[in-house]
Design a protein around this ligand. Structure first.
Ligand SMILES: Cc1cc2nc3c(=O)[nH]c(=O)nc-3n(C[C@H](O)[C@H](O)[C@H](O)COP(=O)(O)O)c2cc1C
Length: 456
């Protein structure tokens, strides 16, 4: 098996599966999420002859992807979001605005959770709270919010800034932003709506102003939207920096992570669980690293699929992608030479998470520039596993039972095949091993993730 980014997984010395399961699974349930991005997470996916590139602006494409994920009983689908265009020559990055998409998808699905990024740097808390509360009503309790502080100056320039505010400024705003959003969701009590034709529409005693006056926001409240069905749509976070980890540990109810290999995943997992405990929280806070899978009935076929996609990637386009991760011009790097030295993480001024992964790949594999580009082509440094359904399931089980993950954010290199193959061939194995649900047991995203509903 080619288990890229999974070199530390022991082979041939594994304990019997039942024994492991008793020790480490217990009542835990694996969580699986489909991360939807354009034609798939491989930068060259759109170039493939069978790619759905003509459909990335067609809402029916996304509805179909969500329906496939729902047929596999996945916890949720997730849309990332950005506020600048990127290099349009290299393929589709953004097209439809994700909250708008989720409104449509909620009407094409019944049970699957619906998660979108919403930036605390560019939205106002009132707008964000209102849209997400509406989506929680429209979907009857399936909405989740991945709070990000955003990354790029090009995005900032679309929102009244000359450049991105510093990390410290962004995270201070994020903290206050989250507070205000939660208070707006709490501004209607659970029992506020009476809808009594002979009496009150709503009990004004349970609909309260929040009168927030902080460093970043002045918000009177109450919200225009009554209490969301979940109380609060589920709060996700994916920051890798110290600020991001602290915020996640204090506020997030579930976490997306980037982990290139098992040791990196375990170090992150233990660090976050320790911070959650130190913050005095008892919540489960499931951690879901990204997982890029090439699934096929034989190892050779899976590897051929990966090579086929890698072969479609023009080196100039991957160099441009690398440039966005390391924030320096690498257009004149020699493809078959070793990667030139890069500044240490502490000196890097941009987003730290992805940069740390690039440094880790360089440190552990000493790749040539071309090899590094290949590793980053799908998922940009998230763990990649290439193999048969059984081997993919082994990988998932191994990480799940070794304090590396509570679930995975699936990042298929090609859509829709990548998720169809996963649902048809990997999910049944996970179900047969007792790791994954055979049917939904709940109707809300909170329910799927085992999270309590905040009552008010
Ligand atoms: C699975 C995943 C999804 C992410 N989605 C987004 C996104 O949609 N928009 C965004 O600006 N950042 C996104 N990020 C990036 C982080 O949330 C974070 O903003 C970035 O790592 C920079 O912050 P940091 O330096 O604190 O880590 C995502 C990260 C991960 C792992």
């Amino acid at each position: 098996m080619v288990a890229r980014g999974d070199r530390s997984e022991p082979r041939g010395r594994r304990r019997p599966r039942q024994e492991l399961r008793k020790q480490n699974v217990g009542t835990r349930t694996l969580h699986l999420n489909l991360f939807i991005l354009g034609c798939g997470h491989h930068r060259a996916a759109w170039r493939h002859a069978n790619s759905p590139v003509e459909r990335v602006g067609d809402i029916r494409y996304y509805e179909e992807l969500a329906q496939i994920a729902e047929a596999g009983k996945l916890d949720a689908i997730f849309f990332a979001d950005g506020n600048s265009v990127g290099n349009v020559e290299d393929g589709p990055t953004w097209f439809l605005e994700p909250l708008t998409c989720l409104a449509a998808i909620s009407r094409a699905t019944e049970r699957i959770g619906l998660i979108s990024t919403v930036s605390s740097t560019f939205y106002t808390p009132f707008h964000a709270a209102r849209m997400m509360a509406s989506l929680d009503h429209i979907s009857r309790g399936r909405m989740g919010w991945n709070v990000v502080t955003s990354m790029f100056d090009a995005e900032a320039r679309n929102h009244n800034y000359e450049a991105m505010p510093t990390h410290a400024q962004r995270y201070a705003r994020a903290e206050e932003f989250i507070d205000v959003v939660l208070r707006l969701w709490d501004s209607w009590g659970d029992g506020a709506l009476r809808q009594d034709r002979q009496g009150l529409y709503a009990d004004s005693g349970q609909v309260c102003a929040i009168d927030h006056r902080g460093d970043h926001f002045l918000v009177a409240g109450p919200l225009t939207v009554p209490r969301p069905p979940q109380g609060h749509p589920v709060l996700f976070q994916a920051g890798a920096s110290e600020y991001g980890r602290d915020l996640a540990a204090r506020r997030a109810e579930a976490i997306y992570a980037v982990a290139y290999d098992l040791p990196a995943a375990q170090a992150y997992y233990r660090d976050i669980k320790r911070r959650v405990k130190a913050a005095g929280r008892q919540d489960p806070v499931p951690i879901m690293p990204g997982l890029v899978t090439y699934v096929a009935s034989t190892q050779a076929e899976a590897e051929a699929r990966q090579q086929e996609l890698d072969g479609l990637l023009p080196p100039e386009a991957s160099l441009r992608q690398l440039q966005t991760y390391i924030l320096q011009d690498c257009s004149d790097w020699e493809l078959d030479q070793a990667v030139p030295p890069l500044p240490p993480l502490e000196e890097f001024k941009g987003p730290k998470g992805r940069y740390a992964t690039v440094l880790r790949i360089i440190e552990t594999e000493k790749p040539t520039v071309r090899q590094l580009l290949g590793r980053l082509a799908a998922g940009g440094g998230h763990c990649t596993v290439v193999g048969t359904p059984d081997r993919i399931a082994d990988h998932i089980e191994h990480w799940f039972t070794h304090e590396a993950a509570d679930g995975f954010n699936l990042m298929p290199p090609c859509l829709p095949e990548g998720i169809e193959d996963f649902v048809d061939h990997v999910i049944p194995i996970l179900q047969a091993r007792g790791l994954f649900r055979r049917d939904y047991e709940h109707t809300t995203l909170r329910g799927h993730l085992g999270l309590k509903r905040p009552n008010n």
